[in-house]
Design a protein around this ligand. Structure first.
Ligand SMILES: [Mn+2]
Length: 266
């Protein structure tokens, strides 16, 4: 695998409806199973990434997604898992850094526990324990693209974990006007491929809700920013309803395409 997964960009996926596209799952196998039971029989499942961490059963979620043949994209939480699996959790100076301290215990802790590993074990022990992750799970995570060019019954959508923010963010988190960043593509349909090539972190990390998503000429289905309910604004659909958060109303939501009907389970 090596560098390959850092270069993985866009995949095209053509399906017949109904197709379900779900938001962040974050280890909530219970919600995933409830959602699968609530979907039209045989409807393919596509996910927006952030499959692991936070909830109790990251391992179970990955296995279920394999079992049902789900497709989807990489979330920022899979990014960490990828880096650990190939021994790339390094600091700026190249030294291996304690992943939990460095990432505020958000990335990896619950995932490691679901594989029977002690997230507080010394780093060398954890690194030696990578074999606890089944090869099929490694393959699933490694194969996740940054964006899915999804076609359902002839209509095209983008599936992107963080969506497409209405401006690139500088390191301080401030919006930089698109026009100030040449060569921002003039053709809206070229924006996502351009971001995947030049600013991939925008598609994985930038936190913007549905009110701050740019129009790239087709509907963008995204997760990453939990909200109390899914939002369909036409050019974008926000699907993260808090699975894996401690909210009392934490829910998992999918939108059924092409009719754009939401299915939410709690
Ligand atoms: Mn998330």
């Amino acid at each position: 695998m090596g560098d390959l997964w850092f270069q993985r960009g866009i995949e095209r996926l053509e399906l017949a409806g109904p197709v379900a596209v779900c938001g962040d799952i974050h280890g909530r196998l219970d919600l995933l199973d409830r959602l699968l039971a609530a979907l039209p029989p045989g409807a393919p499942l596509v996910h927006c990434g952030d499959l692991v961490d936070r909830g109790r059963d990251s391992r179970g979620v990955l296995q279920r997604l394999i079992d049902v043949g789900a497709r989807g994209v990489r979330g920022n939480h899979e990014e960490w898992l990828c880096e650990w699996l190939i021994g790339r959790v390094h600091g700026e100076d190249g030294a291996v850094i304690p992943r939990l301290d460095a990432f505020g215990r958000l990335l990896g802790e619950a995932t490691l526990a679901s594989y029977g590993l002690d997230p507080r074990a010394p780093l060398h022990e954890l690194d030696a324990a990578r074999a606890a992750v089944p090869a099929a799970h490694v393959a699933l995570v490694a194969a996740l693209p940054l964006a899915l060019d999804l076609v359902v019954d002839g209509t095209t959508y983008w599936v992107i974990h963080a969506g497409v923010a209405d401006g690139l963010r500088n390191p301080a988190g401030l919006v930089v006007d698109h026009a100030a960043i040449p060569p921002w593509p003039a053709d809206p349909q070229a924006v996502v491929p351009w971001l995947a090539r030049h600013h991939r972190d925008e598609l994985l990390w930038t936190k913007t809700d549905a009110a701050h998503q740019t129009d790239v000429g087709r509907t963008v289905l995204f997760g990453h920013v939990p909200g109390p309910r899914p939002v369909d604004r036409g050019h974008c659909v926000a699907l993260d309803t808090g699975a894996g958060t401690r909210w009392p109303h934490a829910a998992l939501t999918a939108v059924l395409l092409p009719e754009r009907r939401f299915v939410t389970v709690t």
